[in-house]
Design a protein around this ligand. Structure first.
Ligand code: IMP
Length: 428
């Protein structure tokens, strides 16, 4: 039986990871995040109520689970406090949150630079969420970031902020022609946030490893997805972190050999927000229908998502990179009313079949998907709870997906609620 399980997105994000995490969190002792920041947006439906989470792990909906924010996360203090207050106001216990003392802090200039550099890119913009994610990781790598351990130390924070802001203000004024940011104002506001967050801060690396040694079950909750990974995704249209299973090792301080199982969440069709190639995109009535039925609009930005057929090639690629053991297929019910469903099982480039996901975006934008057609099941599957009871056409679609991607089926989700889940394989 697995004890340390990682959940990752296998496409371009928004696969419905929140619901799968929530489902598996029930059996875990700890739910932990290892990368990304407030750019993530997980929506979970519970007893008819919707919870939108950005930074706090989805395990927060269970009162007894420890919810860990690992060192690889970039922490926006304002955002997490808002989220904590909102959950508290709805009667949830937030005392089990633990924040890594090594995580980097998102400060106002990160958000500002995120938006300014997008403006500078003009038509070549990445389409970021504007949450300051990449500028915060840039500062980490440039070794001018401010970590949580320094943020909650009043003197350290005041001195580090002064130095960094002097540099940032120079860039703001001389490069972007913008007014400088006010040191005192940021210091006062953020000192207040630091005081509020202090009780939740600890060494999460020690905590997680002690819990592993004690035989506890840990669920690592990925944000974003493989095709948005800074190295493996459609660079430069990617995020700045590593949302693959290896991200757990560097973003939480847990060794690779400790990971027992990796679950890849796969939406039954495909979406992406922001710019970049998307071979199976449907800029037609089919795409519109998927968007309308699936309510495909961004959780964080509200932007309409781009929609298309399932691309099994990228899922296979995600499987290779992360060693995905099981697929959790989500939103299968959104396809209930289609006469015909297509799945991309390969790519052609200049008439030749290619076996890999191209690194070059120029080439990736030129590939032609090789589709297989599936007859729709034209049945409401949202009430089905056993795999064998799914319509034969739905099973055919899932089984072919598993065959092409070479990943076993673990879970099938047929609706947003906790109980609308078919467990094919017990993961924990
Ligand atoms: P950033 O992470 O805000 O820098 O945005 C970089 C790219 O990743 C953009 O295309 C975003 O739309 C995309 N992105 C970031 N977070 C998510 C997410 O949680 N779901 C889907 N796309 C995301």
């Amino acid at each position: 039986m697995a004890k340390i399980v990682v959940i990752i997105g296998s496409q371009w994000g928004d696969e419905g990871k929140g619901k799968i995490v929530d489902n598996l969190a029930e059996q875990a002792d700890i739910v932990a995040r290892f990368g990304g920041g407030a750019n993530a947006g997980h929506t979970i439906s519970l007893k008819g109520e919707e919870y939108k989470l950005r930074l706090i792990p989805s395990g927060i909906l269970y009162s007894e689970k420890l919810c860990v924010i690992g060192n690889g996360v970039v922490l926006d203090p304002q955002c997490i406090i808002e989220e904590m207050d909102a959950l508290k106001a709805r009667g949830l216990d937030i005392s089990n949150i633990r924040i890594s003392n090594r995580a980097h802090v998102v400060l106002p200039y990160h958000k500002l630079f995120d938006n300014l550099s997008e403006q500078l890119r003009g038509a070549k913009k990445i389409g970021t969420t504007g949450r300051g994610i990449s500028p915060c990781y840039i500062d980490r790598d440039d070794r001018i970031g401010i970590r949580v351990c320094d943020f909650i130390d009043k003197e350290e924070f005041a001195s580090r902020l002064k130095d960094v802001l002097a540099q940032k203000n120079l860039i703001l004024e001389k490069v972007y022609n913008q007014p400088p940011l006010d040191y005192e104002k940021i210091l006062r506001e953020y000192e207040g946030y630091a005081e509020r967050l202090k009780p939740y801060v600890c060494d999460t690396i020690a905590l997680l490893n002690e819990q592993i040694d004690a035989g506890k079950k840990i669920l690592f909750e990925g944000a974003q997805a493989t095709m948005l990974d800074i190295d493996y995704g459609t660079y430069p249209y990617v995020t700045a972190s590593h949302p693959v299973s290896g991200g757990v090792c560097v973003g939480a301080g847990v060794a690779p050999k400790k990971i027992d199982a990796v679950v890849g969440v796969v939406k039954a069709y495909c979406t992406r927000v922001g710019e970049g190639p998307f071979p199976t995109e449907q800029l037609n009535d089919i795409g519109e229908k998927i968007r309308a039925v699936g309510h495909e609009f961004g959780t964080v930005t509200g932007r309409p998502r781009r929609t298309g057929w399932l691309d099994a090639c990228i899922v296979k690629y995600a499987g290779q990179i992360s060693g995905i053991d099981y697929m959790a297929v989500t939103r299968l019910d959104i396809l209930d009313d289609f006469d015909e469903i297509k799945m991309c099982v390969g790519y052609k480039l200049n008439g030749e079949i290619i076996n890999e996901v191209p690194a070059s975006l120029k080439i990736f934008a030129q590939v032609e998907p090789i589709y297989e057609n599936f007859a729709g099941w034209k049945t409401d599957i949202s009430g089905i709870r056993e795999y064998e009871k799914l319509p034969a056409n739905a099973r055919k679609y899932l089984e072919r997906m598993s065959e092409v991607t070479r990943i076993d089926l673990g879970i099938v989700s047929v609706g947003p609620n906790r109980d609308q889940t078919i467990v094919v394989k017990n993961i924990f």
